[in-house]
Design a protein around this ligand. Sequence first.
Ligand code: SAM
Length: 443
Amino acid sequence: MTKKVSLLPPARALALECVNDILEHGHDLQSVLDGKLRSVRISMPDAALCTELVYGYVRLRDRIHALLSRFLKDSAKLPPKHRLALGLAAYEMLYLDRIPTYASVDWCVSYSKRQFSAGLGKLTNAVLRNLDRMGEAAHDIDTVCPPHLSQAERLALWYSCPQWIVEMWLAGYGEETARVFLEAGISAAPVGLRVNRTKPDAEALAQELAAHPDCLRREGFGLLFPAGHAPTGMKSMLAEGRISRQSLASQQVLEAARPQVWQGPVWDCCCGRGGKTTALLEAGVPVRYASDTSRERLLGMREEMERLGLEPPFSLLRSATEPPLDEVWTEIGSSSFRTVLADVPCSGLGTLSRRPDARYHRTQEGVRSLVETQAAILDNAFTQLAPKGKLVYMTCTMNPDENERQIAAFLARTPAAACEQEWHTPHDTACREFFYLAVLRKA
Ligand SMILES: C[S@@+](CC[C@H](N)C(=O)[O-])C[C@H]1O[C@@H](n2cnc3c(N)ncnc32)[C@H](O)[C@@H]1O
């Protein structure tokens, strides 16, 4: 930590560094937070507070600054780090009941004074005291959003979500469903676990976890716990390879594709860290080849295989827009696949509860480029299928261009393809995440 940042209490110092990296420099929330928490000595309660501050503030940033700007002449003129510190302190005051208001005001005022100037210290004090005086009105949409705003502007501000995403959801799914997605995007994601069914005591462990008083539901070997209420002993169960962290919605989309009837050889063409590859192998699905364009994720997948005691499939660093290399066909002893899983790179707007920063990192142009990559992956994966083979397409986003329209365009240009199934996470899900699935069959 730099000397200046250590002017703050540890949890706030680290949270401020994290939100600065995430929101000012576009870095990924989860890797920033993991990296920072690993790099400093910090108590467990401080690490928990830092995590809560980072996620909470990133989820509600625009709403918080709309409130703060009522007491500032021109908030854009504030030094960026001061603005972030004000936002973090405001988040504590508005949403963390266990922290007394004076504590939040104190650290922020003293940081502003010492890091910037006596004037900014005074301003900080005045702004935060005014915010405190708002009381319950600060939690009212009509206070946050001026009456002249359009519906999309109003929802964008209240739910701290870029307007183009709100407009896309309103146009694609209607207001009621758009609100469901927006509400999920400002909520904490529940904890999803998957019991490793290849272990001899798997069923007993699943039953034991399901009987835990906090457990929200069990589906097969998947379990759901409320955010922040993971069962005790999770660390050692993870280390022993008896369980994995995997969101229940991610397990559900795989289950919806009925992997028990998939025929091998299977190619997982965007395997990432192997969340789905390992789930498939645990279920006995013959995944013979796994590939991805991220070296780091492929290495992560290999570590996961080891942790879980699974036989790793042949894997290569390779784009799914390219045909597999000859060595793949030699390795699997075939010249085509019977099933390809394409869990494609997507805008991730269905998983904002888990990755709230995605909303700020995505751009419309970036999404257009993803749509092109997805189309190229679909075309190439389909070409590698044997007759009657199955292409299983998945995204963790809610965007018609990446989901329904992507599949409709593929079917229109691919006469040999038929769509056997389209599915999405039910909108009333307790998982607060939304996935899309299309199962395509080759003639
Ligand atoms: C949704 S993630 C996959 C998650 C993974 N299947 C899991 O369940 O853990 C999409 C993956 O696609 C990879 N990717 C991006 N572009 C790709 C391409 N052209 N070919 C193959 N993989 C790609 C990304 O590195 C990322 O790991």
